[in-house]
Design a protein around this ligand. Structure first.
Ligand code: UDP
Ligand code: MG
Length: 321
């Protein structure tokens, strides 16, 4: 008896791509079931992340045609990471392994076999890694590279060029479930779960229809979230800045006293103005960074639910752990 695979696909306003995505995924899954690579209870699980268009009715329609398509409907839009987590946590009840991918099929579906092969060879997590970024704009490519570099310099363990296309075994999902944080940055959290992992390379395509749901503003917010959720180094850097400024201030003090004794105390207005503005600026910046962390703590202590599921369309046996 082969293991059960669930493909988990978060969808936000994806009516333009869903039919095509469904068609390509079912072909893939059916071939794999036929070749006895995965069990015939494997499914395609769509997560509707509070879409404003016909996404949920398309999912319902797909489910009524063939119950290999299943779905959950979130009570409102919670963002990609929360939607993905909702899907993974639902799938873990039924599946032995899950693969998360985007609704726009930018992630190459043909490497799913390789993911599963790695799983059978003992990997609990398989990361899909983009082998090139040719389809990206120059801007996205350079900012992405800078981001990965920054993250690793801040001590965050992240797989280079890996987004959220990954396979996770049931026990890796159980591990992920133990992370109770509400500020989600899954690609930084999964490495913390541990277990044996492997990497599969793939080409990332262009989105075949519809628009990106990640405009620049959301992307920057996501990157900042990633940093502050996984590293406290920025606060340490602030402490470093504090020490340096303190040291400089001692030097200035000595300098001022000497000047005073020499009797040449007409020190300039320039140095005074510069220090006021600079120190004020640095202080505000530091307060902002610290505030960012306090905001995070505030959100974490509230322990709000990370998602609320309003409807479920799944018919399957619950698997024992
Ligand atoms: N998505 C989501 N909720 C959101 C935004 C996006 O579930 O609030 C989904 C979206 O439907 C897609 C995936 O997240 O399946 C990635 O989004 P997109 O392809 O727009 O991002 P990009 O590939 O441009 O970074
Ligand atoms: Mg996309």
């Amino acid at each position: 008896m082969k293991d059960t695979l669930y493909l988990v696909i978060p969808c936000y306003n994806e009516e333009e791509v869903l039919h095509e995505t469904a068609k390509r995924l079912i072909e893939k899954i059916n071939t794999m079931i036929k070749n006895n690579i995965i069990s015939d209870e494997s499914k395609i699980l769509f997560v509707n992340d509070g879409s404003k268009d016909k996404t949920w009715s398309i999912i319902k329609e797909l489910h009524s045609e063939n119950n290999i398509f299943s779905g959950i409907n979130l009570s409102r839009n919670r963002g990609h990471q929360n939607a993905l987590l909702a899907g993974l946590m639902t799938a873990k009840e039924f599946a032995d392994m899950t693969i998360s991918l985007d609704a726009d099929l930018q992630d190459d579906v043909n490497v799913i076999d390789k993911f599963v092969e790695q799983y059978y060879q003992g990997s609990d997590v398989v990361y899909g890694v983009r082998c090139s970024r040719d389809t990206d704009t120059f801007f996205k490519r350079t900012t992405a590279l800078a981001f990965y570099k920054l993250m690793s310099s801040l001590g965050v363990d992240m797989v280079y060029n890996h987004a959220d296309y990954r396979l996770m075994s049931k026990r890796a999902l159980e591990g992920l479930n133990k992370f109770r944080e509400v500020n989600l940055f899954l690609r930084g959290m999964v490495p913390l779960v541990g277990y044996k992992y492997s990497i599969v390379e793939y080409e990332r395509h262009e989105r075949f229809a519809g628009e990106s749901k990640y405009p620049l503003k959301k992307m920057i917010a996501f990157a900042l979230d990633g940093i502050t959720s996984l590293s406290i180094k920025p606060i340490r850097i602030i402490t470093g800045i504090g020490f340096t400024i303190f040291f400089i201030s001692i030097l200035t003090l000595i300098y001022s006293i000497i000047i005073n004794f020499i009797g040449n105390a007409v020190t300039g207005w320039t140095s005074l103005t510069i220090s006021i503005w600079m120190l004020g600026g640095i202080q505000l910046l530091c307060l902002g960074v610290i505030g960012e962390y306090i905001g995070k703590i505030y959100n974490e202590t509230k322990q709000r639910p990370r998602f609320i599921i309003s409807d479920r369309l799944i018919e399957n046996k619950i698997k024992d752990v």
